[in-house]
Design a protein around this ligand. Structure first.
Ligand SMILES: *Cc1c(COP(=O)(O)O)cnc(C)c1O
Length: 396
């Protein structure tokens, strides 16, 4: 006898809700205590930011690392470092992190929307040529939802058209993209240490580059007076022990993702974004699942999401994307069909579950799959109150 879904009044499959983030980590506690003991928690300058910069330089094999206050600011600083400004255009995916659109307008430039490659969930390198005008100066390439942009081809297309590349690795700290650390293919790479990210200090970010001219322009912009967008000593201190564990956690999350894919498999309306290109290692910040309502007997994505969340699983909808933004704010290149599809279909499973034991991950996958099949086959009486639940945005 099948269980009654929580959304129909049954007991949630995971009554305690999703696993917490950040996770318990004695090394982080020790770092916090050490900061208290030596007073660095309350000082402008200390050893921790230097140590973090050095560790990132080493891990990424890159010359310049600028720590900053968020990933969003990192993307803006990257554009400023490249000298992008008023009258310039910057290419970005029609489906991307909302702050990236803002970063472009913040420097006075115009966003140009380019469609994604369906298989990578990243900007499509084959569409770069058609999107360029004489004003186009740069392209932002974001690794999203467990997908990786095809950076070798993107880089080549960008260079052919004289564009600088900003590689947004805010969701991909520690990933390897075709043999290189994520964030080091671009002229500039950006990272986030925000509260839900794989390396977290609640807030924070970094910009990395091999180009001295870019590093110098960012420095001049940030340090007229004091550093205007700083990362604090305390933030750097808690990031260091997490950086040491990142490789090991990636291994566990990757294994968890494979378990999830294996046990989700076989539902028509679903496809997972994750794909392992050659010489690459994925970082799972959000595990992307495309939800195709027509194959699901027209059960809306919001209903499916609400049903899964009611079970205590941290599933969210993806970005809104930019395809509905008016022509006065940006230029559009092509029909943006994939971006539109992604903005309508994307569901994101938050990463902490991927560190759970295999058995638990299997149960998450099976709960999601059973709900999908049950809803698709019209097995459940959905209450009239569903609308309210479907709009419950902030539970996790
Ligand atoms: C989170 C994120 C950012 C910005 O990070 P914040 O630190 O939250 O400002 C930028 N790009 C992408 C793709 C992200 O996921």
């Amino acid at each position: 006898m099948a269980r009654i879904p929580a959304i129909c009044g049954g007991t949630p499959a995971f009554p305690a809700g999703p696993p917490p983030w950040p996770v318990d980590d004695p090394a982080v506690l020790a770092a916090l205590q050490a900061c208290y003991a030596d007073g660095s928690w309350g000082k402008y300058l200390g050893p921790h930011c230097d140590r973090l910069r050095t560790a990132l330089q080493r891990d990424l094999a890159i010359e310049h690392v600028r720590l900053c206050s968020s990933g969003s600011v990192a993307v803006e600083l990257a554009l400023r470092g490249l000298g992008v400004g008023a009258g310039d255009e910057v290419l970005l995916g029609g489906y991307d992190f909302p702050g990236n659109f803002r970063a472009i307008t913040a420097v006075g430039a115009v966003p140009v929307l380019v469609d994604l490659d369906r298989t990578t969930c990243g900007i499509d390198p084959t569409l770069i040529a058609a999107a360029c005008s004489p004003k186009t100066k740069a392209v932002i390439a974001s690794h999203l939802h467990g997908g990786l942009v095809d950076m070798p081809r993107l880089f080549e297309a960008a260079k052919t058209h004289g564009l600088a590349v900003v590689e947004d690795a805010c969701q991909a700290s520690g990933a390897v993209v075709y043999g290189r650390p994520a964030g080091t293919w671009g002229d500039v790479g950006t990272f986030s240490f925000g509260g839900s990210k794989l390396l977290t200090a609640g807030r924070g970010g970094a910009v990395v580059t091999q180009r001295t001219d870019v590093a110098q322009r960012m420095k001049v912009y940030c340090e007229e007076g004091n550093d205007a967008f700083p990362l604090s000593e305390l933030q750097a201190a808690v990031l260091l022990p997490q950086l040491e564990k990142l490789g090991e956690r990636h291994g566990r999350r990757s294994k968890g993702a494979r378990t999830l894919i294996e046990h989700l498999g076989g539902v028509d309306g679903f496809s997972c974004i994750a794909r392992w290109p050659e010489q690459s290692e994925l970082a799972f910040y959000k595990f992307g699942i495309r939800y195709n309502a027509p194959s699901m007997r027209a059960v809306e994505r919001s209903v499916f999401r609400a049903a899964v969340r009611a079970e205590g699983i941290a599933l969210d909808t993806g970005f809104r994307g930019f395809t509905k933004r008016g022509g006065a704010r940006c230029r559009r290149s092509g029909d943006l069909a994939v971006s539109t599809e992604f903005s309508e279909q994307m569901l994101l499973l938050h990463h902490p579950v991927l560190l759970e034991p295999e058995e638990e991950i299997r149960r998450v996958a099976e709960t999601i799959r059973d709900l999908a099949e049950g809803l698709r086959d019209g097995k459940y009486e959905l209450a009239a109150s569903l609308e309210a639940t479907a709009n419950d945005e902030e539970r996790f």
